[in-house]
Structure formats: structure tokens, C-alpha cells
Design a protein around this ligand. Structure first.
Ligand SMILES: Cc1cc2nc3c(=O)[nH]c(=O)nc-3n(C[C@H](O)[C@H](O)[C@H](O)COP(=O)(O)OP(=O)(O)OC[C@H]3O[C@@H](n4cnc5c(N)ncnc54)[C@H](O)[C@@H]3O)c2cc1C
Length: 479
């Protein structure tokens, strides 16, 4: 867009949201040139911060009138480039829509604006006997709107499910500027489940402006354990056996030696640095029976040569353990300037194979990966380390990442468990889905977003996004 065009657009947007709600200076755009997937970068022409649904509606109508692409963004913690403004346009940042509109404990739901940071709802509900179950490791910064758009999971997904299992309804601004409601506070509405279709649509179908979320009763009791293992094989074999024994832990997370090293450097939690892997295992529910489950899990870990199974001694130790887990990605900054987090899923029994493969693949490409992941779901997060100033190293890191995802597919798995496809994994869509599947998805997008102005070139290769085109508007970090 020309400089004159940008300043005209910015002026029109300021008339909608006020003078402090628009950014358009080139330097200010740099903050918004990528999300947590730092490999692809592209700056928006203008960034706008609506505070109401009516603001969003008017912004969308303006973009439509001017035929300018627009992309919704929450906190920008996404790891697949979902909020990347490919080719420019207007970035609609929803972080000023951060009101918790209603908490209804009797009917067990809350209504929130999309920019509410996930942990703020947890904090508001503390002491009520209820909580909002989806707890991505990024919950201290990511927004509920972003969680809805990516269908986020988290450590407690194993027992409690992903975001779609906790969304009762949505208010959204459609790509043509109309405001619609889907679902609502009541359970089990008849008709097509459009709420289900919108959750996980990665900002390509609607701009979410309000969310009805289900509240879950707090468990009566909880037991948290730390299993310490001499090898990743033993740790992953223990995971399969725990689930095979009929126990569904609330959470079952694994961290390997590399990530423990990074965590220790950053936060000095006191993890054993000579261990090859640790498991954080949590069971919850009625008090009666939890000790028996804990003993069974301990026995299974010991049968797989666990060096030690520590039991968290009270809430303070439990909180410290979870804090460590949730700060693991952040700690990687201590050992590498940049990293790319993969999100493959495999059947649990294939975890030992995949961890060996990750080591083999990364070594062959001359890069290193550390692992912290939702092991109980078979949802791997190999974090491939590189320096984005080194183009060759970045290329090798991406090649290794792609090979890891190919291996997940070969194991009967998936290329994304929770981070979504965004721009990063578009090329994998035809590997996972048939042409007919992709065509059906594309027709759904066409029904919601007929002009293709809402978040173009994301998620579906059929919407004109393919690797050849991607290298065009986007800018690789190191090149
Ligand atoms: C340290 C770290 C740990 C993480 N751990 C987890 C984890 O455990 N589980 C997990 O699932 N993810 C995890 N993530 C990924 C990320 O936090 C999630 O994908 C999160 O849901 C993104 O929220 P956000 O507000 O940052 O959204 P953004 O990154 O801003 O946007 C993500 C996508 O949502 C769309 N979007 C945002 N808001 C709206 C809206 N209101 N309407 C329509 N579309 C919208 C965007 O267009 C984009 O496609 C992690 C990321 C980091 C950096």
C-alpha cells in the first residue's frame, strides 16, 4: 500500500477507535511482524486496537470497502505464524477487549471478551470452587480469543480436553461485517455445530468478539509426582504403561535433559542434571483412591527403572513444579538465540521411537533439539535451536523440523496437536488430508469469508497459500 494510502486508512481507523487506538509508523510495526514463529516475518500496514464489538464491526466494514486484508491477533504467542499479516493489511489486535463480562457459577459458565488473558480468568475464579480448564503453558500471556482460534490444549488436556470442549458459544464479527452469535450459555443446542467449526479456525472464518466458556468444578484432591529417569526410553515406556493400566492422569508431561539444563540455568529449580528425563504426573479427583493411584504410578515408574519418584509435598511444591514446566519454553532463551517449536502428535507407544528419531534427524542436520511436551497425549514439542542471523543454520533447523513432522505422519500421527497450521505447516496439509477433504474445508471458508480478505494465505493451501507463494510476501528471518 502507498504511504498516502496507509495514512488515509490510519486516519479512518482513528475515527473509529480514537487517536490512541492506531499504530502506523514503520518502527512501531516491527513488534507485529511475527508471532512466536520467528522464522517468517511480514509487517502490517496499520495496527488497530478495538475496544468494543462495534469497533470491530466498523473496522471490518472499512477493510471491506477498501478491499484491504485484515488479520485478528491476540497476544501473538502463536507458534505457527497464524497472526502474520501476509502481504500487509490491517492487524486487528484484540488485547484491549479484556473484560470478564459475567461469571455465573450456578449455571457454570463465564462470558469473556477475546483479549482476556487466560490466567486472569483462573485468578478471578480462585476460591469459587470452579476453574476454566484449558491451561496452555503460555497462559500467563495468551488470550482466550487466541485459544479459541487455535483450539489450544495444555498440560491438563489429557483428562479435561482441549478448548473446543469448554466453549459453549461465541459472538463474532463475520467477514462481511455482520455480528452473529453461535451457541450460548445452554448446553446441547440443536442444528449444525457451527461453534465447533469456528473453534480452531485460526482467524480465517470470523473475528471472535465474545466467548461463553464452560466452568469446571475443582477436583476435591490432587497428587503431583516427579519421576526421574536415566533414559528417555524408560520414561516414555512408563507413560504408555500408566495409561494402559487404566489410569487417566490429569497431566503427564515430560522434559528431557536438554530442557532441564536450560531450566536450571534460568531458574535454579533444583532438577537433577544427571537425569535424562523427568515426568511430571498429576492425578486428581475424589480424595478416596488417590493414594492408591499414586502408589500404582510409582510402581510402574519403578518397573521402568525410575531412579526416584518424588511426591510433591503440599500446594507450594506443586505450584513450584508447574511453574518450572510452564517456564520451560522461556528458559530456552538461555541456551539459544532463536528456536522453532514443533507440535507433532504420535500414538503414545511410538514416543520412544520418535525421541530417538528426533535425536538422529537433528544430529544429521547439524542442529540440536530439546524436548518438553504433553507426553500423555503423545503431543511432542521438539524445540529445534538455531541462530536466526545464520541463514544456513536456520535452513538446517527447518529441514530437520520438517523431517520430524514427516516422521510423525509416518507413525500415523499429526503435524499439529494444538499450535495450529498457520503459515508454518501449510505444505503439510496435502500430506495429511485428501484433495476432497481440503476442498470441503475450502468451501466452508468460502461460505464465511467469500472475498478472502480475512487472514488470507493461512491454514489451507487451496486458498492460494503454497510454499512458492509464501516465499514471496513473507520474509525469512535470516535472509
Ligand atoms: C511459551 C509458549 C508456550 C505455549 N504453550 C502452549 C500450550 O501448552 N498449548 C497450546 O495450545 N499452545 C501453546 N502455545 C501457543 C500459543 O500460546 C497458543 O496458540 C495461544 O492460543 C495463542 O494465543 P494468542 O492470544 O497469543 O493468539 P495469537 O498468537 O495472537 O493468534 C493465534 C491465532 O489466533 C487468531 N486469533 C487471535 N485472536 C482472535 C480472535 N479474537 N478472533 C479470531 N481469531 C483470532 C490469530 O489470527 C492467529 O491465527 C505456547 C506458546 C508459547 C510462546
Amino acid at each position: 500500500m502507498s504511504i498516502a494510502g496507509i495514512s488515509e486508512l490510519a486516519a479512518e481507523l482513528r475515527r473509529i477507535v480514537g487517536p490512541d487506538g492506531v499504530l502506523s509508523a514503520a518502527g512501531e510495526m516491527l513488534v507485529y511482524e511475527c508471532d512466536g514463529f520467528v522464522v517468517e516475518k511480514d509487517t502490517p500496514d496499520v495496527v488497530v486496537f478495538p475496544r468494543t464489538t462495534e469497533h470491530v464491526r466498523q473496522i471490518v466494514l472499512l477493510c471491506r470497502r477498501r478491499q484491504v486484508p485484515f488479520v485478528p491477533r491476540g497476544a501473538g504467542t502463536g507458534l505457527a505464524g497464524g497472526s502474520l499479516p501476509v502481504g500487509g493489511g490491517v492487524l486487528i489486535v484484540l488485547t484491549r477487549m479484556r473484560e470478564i463480562v459475567e461469571i455465573n457459577l450456578r449455571d457454570r459458565y463465564a462470558v469473556v471478551q477475546p483479549g482476556v488473558v487466560n490466567v486472569k480468568l483462573t485468578e478471578r475464579l480462585r476460591g469459587t470452587g470452579f476453574h476454566y480448564a484449558p491451561d496452555p503453558s503460555s497462559q500467563g500471556s495468551c488470550t482466550i480469543g487466541g485459544n479459541v482460534a487455535t483450539n489450544s490444549g495444555g498440560p491438563h488436556t489429557l483428562k479435561y480436553g482441549v478448548t473446543v470442549n469448554h466453549v459453549l458459544g461465541l459472538e463474532a464479527v463475520m467477514a462481511d461485517g455482520t455480528v452473529c452469535e453461535f451457541g450460548g450459555p445452554s448446553e446441547d443446542l440443536p442444528g449444525l455445530d457451527l461453534t465447533g467449526a469456528l473453534v480452531g479456525s485460526e482467524g480465517t472464518l470470523v473475528v471472535v468478539t465474545k466467548v461463553w466458556v464452560r466452568l469446571t468444578r475443582d477436583a476435591q484432591s490432587v497428587r503431583t509426582m516427579l519421576g526421574i529417569f536415566e533414559s528417555c526410553d524408560d520414561a516414555t515406556a512408563a507413560i504408555s504403561d500408566i495409561i494402559a493400566a487404566g489410569i487417566i492422569p490429569a497431566a503427564l508431561e515430560m522434559m528431557d535433559h536438554g530442557i532441564l539444563e536450560a531450566l536450571e540455568q534460568a531458574f535454579h529449580f533444583g532438577f537433577p542434571l544427571d537425569a535424562q528425563a523427568i515426568l511430571i504426573i498429576e492425578v486428581d479427583g475424589l480424595e478416596a483412591g488417590l493414594d492408591a493411584q499414586r502408589e500404582r504410578i510409582t510402581a510402574i515408574c519403578q518397573a521402568h527403572h525410575a531412579r526416584e519418584v518424588r511426591h510433591a509435598n503440599g500446594p507450594a511444591e506443586r505450584i513450584a513444579l508447574w511453574k518450572a514446566r510452564k517456564q520451560a519454553f522461556g528458559a530456552v532463551g538461555r541456551i539459544s538465540p532463536s528456536y522453532c517449536t514443533q507440535d507433532g502428535v504420535v500414538p503414545r507407544t511410538r514416543l520412544p521411537h520418535m525421541l530417538r528419531k528426533i535425536t538422529e534427524i537433528t544430529a544429521r542436520h547439524g542442529v540440536r533439539a530439546v524436548n518438553v511436551f504433553h507426553a500423555g497425549d503423545g503431543n511432542l514439542h521438539p524445540i529445534v535451536l538455531f541462530d536466526e542471523k545464520n541463514a544456513d543454520e536456520m535452513r538446517r533447523a527447518l529441514d530437520a523440523s520438517n523431517e520430524i513432522l514427516d516422521e510423525c505422519l509416518a507413525c500415523g500421527g499429526s503435524v499439529s496437536g494444538e499450535h495450529g497450521i498457520g503459515i508454518e505447516k501449510i505444505d503439510f496439509m496435502p500430506k495429511m488430508f485428501t484433495a476432497d477433504d481440503l476442498d470441503a474445508m475450502s468451501r466452508l471458508r468460502q461460505a464465511f469469508n467469500s472475498e478472502g480478505l480475512l487472514s488470507p494465505k493461512k491454514m489451507l493451501p487451496t486458498a492460494g497459500a503454497c510454499s512458492a507463494e509464501r516465499s514471496h510476501p513473507g520474509r525469512r528471518a535470516a535472509v
